[in-house]
Design a protein around this ligand. Sequence first.
Ligand SMILES: Nc1nc2c(c(=O)[nH]1)N[C@H]1C(S)=C(S)[C@@H](COP(=O)(O)O)O[C@H]1N2
Ligand SMILES: [Mo]
Length: 196
Amino acid sequence: MTENNVDESKDRAINSKRWPALGIGLLVLIIAVCLFVSRGKSGPQEGTVVIKAGAATLGSFTVADLRKLPAVEKKVVVQSNCSNNCGNNSGNNSGNSGENSSEHEFTGTPLLGVLNSIDPGLTQKHKKIITRGVDYYSQVLEMSEVLQPDNVYIVYADNGKSLQTKAGGEGSLQVIVCNDISGQRFTKWLVSLELQ
Ligand SMILES: Nc1nc2c(c(=O)[nH]1)N[C@H]1C(S)=C(S)[C@@H](COP(=O)(O)O)O[C@H]1N2
Ligand SMILES: [Mo]
């Protein structure tokens, strides 16, 4: 009788140690399954930019594709805080560096060359490009700006280092507009270009 009781309480002690471990194991399993499922369904991927026109997908390019094109180094001081009239686009912002500006030395390639490598007719057929980041941030580029020499680039490195993804990983792309250093149109974490 007493021996039985001791056995039972031992069993209970073992069980009460096992259940939490099982629970944690199950949780880990559920998290792993969720991660696996969401991996397959992931939306736009940073490091790959899709070029669209209306409902059609015209092509795409990756960081690796861009690295094969002629590389250009661009030193730019971006006026990242535009509370003091830097959006007027006068290009008269020199000497205004300090807290509100950030210095970059980007490496990239002209957007024009990228578009031409997909279809040389694109710049004639379309008037504007909507640039979009992984955070759905979007901006407008006029095709006339893209056609200007030394103006619009897609960049993949800053100060010799690969651009970071929004999550802090390696391998992202960004737009820079050298004739508009107000910074707003420097779409980071670029995932699509929509031709209009
Ligand atoms: N995807 C994305 N790109 C973005 C933004 C943003 O919120 N999301 N902010 C813009 C603004 S308002 C500025 S001033 C610059 C800031 O660039 P910096 O942080 O490299 O100086 O990024 C631009 N590009
Ligand atoms: Mo900004």
